[in-house]
Design a binder for this molecule. Structure first.
Ligand code: DAH
Length: 352
């Protein structure tokens, strides 16, 4: 038995595994349930009682020695594996950085603003919660007048502290139904001439569908000076359409009604999709409406303290969603507010 152990010891002393598989083979051979140590302990059973004392010690030392060697190599391998660099394939393509994009409504709003800036229009803004005076009364919507029903309104509960104004029109609040309210604020705050563009969000109490939403965006335009005429209005809007939709886009004006303009008109452009030959977008008519406009009613000018005998002006208002739909052929208004990345990503490459 002693000589066997000596032989194994000599073998183990020069053992240098180069892989964990080699080490595992070593473990099975020496320390496994059917391994060399198991055999030696079996042999030990038949050793005479006198020899047991000597060989018991020798055998236990050998067992510890073998286990020690195994453990040492095992630790080394584990340490080595955890510090080993992961395998990197340098030929794989890199992961590109995702850039953000502009919302299509923002793109179009910026474009509209840029066009009117070239004509000398400045920017103005107003609040989204608006009182009756600025949203309706000053704009020549008399109280109880059916014209107020043209726009389904979200009224806002007014706190007690706001109700001490004698003027009822300043005690009632609503989410503004149009950006025309900003015209009133602008004219009240200054003196003519005015030449301003007023973009903003507006609200209407409408059921949400592909064609209507409870909020949308408008751009309002206003020009007030001495001797401003309908010809100025037409020329300004004509220039705008050529710049936005391209030269050759036709325009036409149809008589309409708005309480704050007289005369009033709606402006159509030749359908940007079928170029006038008739399609789904223009309901086969070849024309699509894009805005309302007109000469500012003298009553409105007087309401904001402007002498209507000396000054005249024009105004127009358009929905940004509508302009965007026509530009990008979008057929469902809900897409603008759903934040679906698949929709928004399509505008990523647009730079403005
Ligand atoms: N405020 C109108 C609307 O929301 C649009 C409009 C029409 C604005 C004529 C104007 C205008 O300034 O002159 O339906």
């Amino acid at each position: 038995m002693q000589s066997k152990i000596n032989q194994y010891k000599a073998e183990i002393a020069v053992f240098k595994p180069t892989s964990s598989i080699e080490l595992e083979t070593f473990r099975i051979r020496f320390l496994g349930t059917k391994g060399i140590l198991k055999d030696l302990f079996d042999d030990f059973k038949s050793v005479s009682a006198d020899d047991k004392k000597i060989f018991g010690k020798v055998l236990n030392e050998f067992k510890q020695y073998t286990e020690g060697i195994y453990q040492q190599f095992k630790d080394n391998f584990e340490l080595g594996e955890s510090t080993q660099k992961p395998h990197i394939d340098y030929t794989l393509p890199g992961i590109g950085l995702e850039t953000g994009g502009r919302h299509p409504l923002n793109l179009v709003r910026k474009e509209i603003i840029a066009i009117f800036k070239r004509l000398g229009f400045i920017l103005a803004e107003g609040p989204e919660i608006e009182d009756d005076w600025h949203n309706f009364s000053a704009l020549n919507f008399p109280e109880e007048h059916p014209a107020r029903d043209m726009q389904d309104t979200f009224f806002v509960a007014t706190p007690q502290s706001y109700q001490n104004n004698e003027d009822k029109t300043k005690n009632t609040y609503a989410l503004r139904t149009h950006t025309s309210s900003v015209q009133v604020r602008l004219m009240e705050a200054g003196k003519p001439p005015f030449r301003a563009l007023m973009p903003g969000r507006v609200y209407r109490n409408e059921a949400i569908s592909a064609r209507a939403h409870c909020f949308f965006h408008q751009v309002e335009g206003l020009y007030v000076d001495e001797k401003v005429s309908f010809a100025d209005l037409k020329q300004t809007l004509y220039y705008f359409v050529q710049e936005l939709y391209g030269e050759g886009t036709k325009v036409r004006f149809r008589p309409s009604y708005f309480p704050f303009t007289e005369p009033s008109a709606e402006m159509d452009i030749s359908c940007t999709i079928c170029k006038g030959s008739g399609c789904q977008m223009c309901k086969q008519s070849g024309w699509v409406e894009i805005l309302g406009c007109g000469m500012i009613d003298p009553n409105v000018l007087e309401n904001v303290g402007i002498d209507s005998k000396k000054y005249s002006g024009f105004a127009f208002g358009m929905g940004i969603e509508r302009i965007t739909n026509l530009k990008y052929q979008i057929r469902d208004l809900r897409l603008f507010s759903e934040n679906d990345a698949r929709f928004l990503k399509q505008f990523q490459s647009e730079i403005i």
